[in-house]
Design a protein around this ligand. Structure first.
Ligand code: TYD
Ligand code: MG
Length: 458
């Protein structure tokens, strides 16, 4: 029985219900409804009674005052993903799984910025000041003039930030924050939303850049970062595969720049090291590439990145063969396999197919089609591709290999890393010569499969 004034809010999607149930009717998640007070948050719109309207004041699109310069944190990979530094007066959300390295990254960002003269504060609701100090010591950042606080009460944080002027403030994490204006517990949808909205207002008013940490949660015990994505100016996702030291910072939303940039880091004893040349990282160093491996010359954001795509096609022992893919879209794999079957005569019936993008990278470009197809064909035919060959190109359902953007940059990156051949869409002559990579241009996927099968490479 629902009590008066009680609302049950799904911690995953934020939908509110008058009655509790085991499953959220809106998003279908189980055990995520939590009782929260139904009272409207302070600052919610109230109908004006008898008050005079202020009148809407229009402004020009062209600004009269120059925008303040961006804050360059000194962590180049971080700055690039932000769109060239952090914008003063903006709120940024860094989302990621627990343990991926969010606190480590932001402590480093804070320290580097502080060393460059910015006034920085790191406010943690998760760790004691002593713990953070210990980490800073281990990372060799103890000398940086970062102001440190362990606090979860929103009012204290807001007061503190009004007393002292800062350029950059990190709040770790938004799920530990708690405002006394609401009855719900920390980490609930109500608290997370209300605290974020308050901090975003503070950022705009005081011109301070605020970075919020948000844990991605799968079980709905605490509210996830999705609920506040619309409140902040930029959302960065920090990702990493378990067992790999690589961490990838990806722009998800950015009101001040492009969202297709990635930053690559390597987690080590000294914290997160920036990886300036990711290609070298994602290629399997040493040893020959066996049948089933193809090096994809991709573009991530504005940068070319070479990454190994590995496929294994093996006889299946199950009635229904397995199709497993890591780091690529499974729908795209099904399409490429269908085209290989229908247009190139490669059969996958009764065979398990595994596809893996090495190094924990996620590839989403259509240009990876041909690399995946080459890896699959190479494994199915048990013929290795030449060691010095990169692959890229989009495949259409008709079996055509379609040109992709930025062929030059892909080939230049390949040349830089010692590759001499490219299996790619047939392009205008002259492109490949300039980069020193020999282009094996193909118009149709069958031509590529034939070349792989025969092992004849000019
Ligand atoms: P942390 O930044 O605490 O993660 P988050 O804030 O996202 O929860 O990082 C936790 C992991 O990082 C922990 O498992 C240990 C590892 N780590 C290193 O490998 N090297 C380091 O120098 C540091 C500080 C952490
Ligand atoms: Mg942390």
């Amino acid at each position: 029985m629902a009590r008066d004034g009680a609302l049950y809010v799904c911690q995953t999607c934020g939908a509110a219900q008058a009655k509790w149930s085991g499953r959220c009717p809106a998003c279908g998640a189980w055990n995520t409804l939590v009782e929260e007070s139904a009272s409207a948050p302070p600052g919610a719109l109230k109908p004006a009674r008898g008050g005079k309207a202020r009148g809407l004041a229009f402004e020009d699109l062209e600004s009269q005052t120059p925008a303040p310069p961006r804050l360059i944190t000194g962590m180049a990979e971080f700055d690039r993903v932000c769109g060239g530094g952090v914008v003063p007066g903006s709120a940024l959300l860094l989302a990621g799984d627990p343990g991926v390295g969010k606190s480590t990254l932001l402590l480093q960002v804070c320290a580097e910025s502080a060393r460059r003269g910015a006034a920085c504060a790191y406010i943690s609701g998760e760790e004691a000041a002593e713990q953070i100090r210990g980490r800073a010591q281990r990372l060799g950042l103890a000398d940086a003039p970062v102001r440190l606080a362990a606090e979860t009460a929103l009012r204290e944080i807001v007061d503190g930030l009004k007393r002292e002027a800062f350029d950059l403030v990190v709040i770790d994490s938004v799920q530990t924050l708690w405002s006394e204006a609401h009855e719900a517990g920390p980490g609930s949808v109500t608290q997370v939303r209300a605290c974020t909205a308050e901090l975003v207002r503070l950022a705009k008013r005081r011109g301070v850049a605020i970075i919020l940490v948000g844990h991605v949660t799968k079980d709905g015990q605490i509210a996830g970062p999705r609920l506040i994505e619309h409140l902040v100016d930029a959302v960065l996702a920090f990702e990493g595969e378990r067992g790999y030291p690589f961490r990838i910072l990806r722009g998800v939303k950015n009101r001040f720049g492009a969202t297709d940039e990635i930053g690559v880091f390597e987690m080590g004893d000294a914290g997160l090291a920036e990886v300036r040349n990711p290609s070298a990282l994602f290629l399997n160093e040493g040893g020959d590439r066996a049948a089933g491996a193809a090096v994809f010359a991709g573009i991530e954001g504005s940068r070319p990145v070479l990454v190994e795509v590995q496929a294994l096609v093996s006889p299946s022992v199950y009635g229904t063969p397995r199709r497993t893919v890591v780091g690529w879209d499974s729908g795209r794999l099904a399409m490429v396999m269908a085209v290989l079957e229908a247009r190139c005569g490669l059969g996958f019936a009764g065979r398990d197919v595994y596809l893996n993008v090495a190094g924990g990278l996620r590839v989403s470009e259509p240009a990876a089609d041909l690399a995946a197809a080459a890896a699959l064909a190479s494994s199915a035919l048990d013929v290795a591709l030449p060691q010095d060959c990169v692959v890229f190109g989009e495949i259409s359902l008709s079996g055509d290999v379609r040109p992709v953007s930025r062929t030059e940059s892909r080939l230049k990156e390949a040349a830089k890393l010692g590759f001499a051949r490219a299996l790619a869409p047939a392009a205008a002559p002259g492109v490949a010569e300039s980069s020193g990579v020999r282009l094996n241009g193909v118009h149709r996927l069958t031509d590529a499969v034939t070349r792989i099968g025969e092992g004849q490479w000019p």
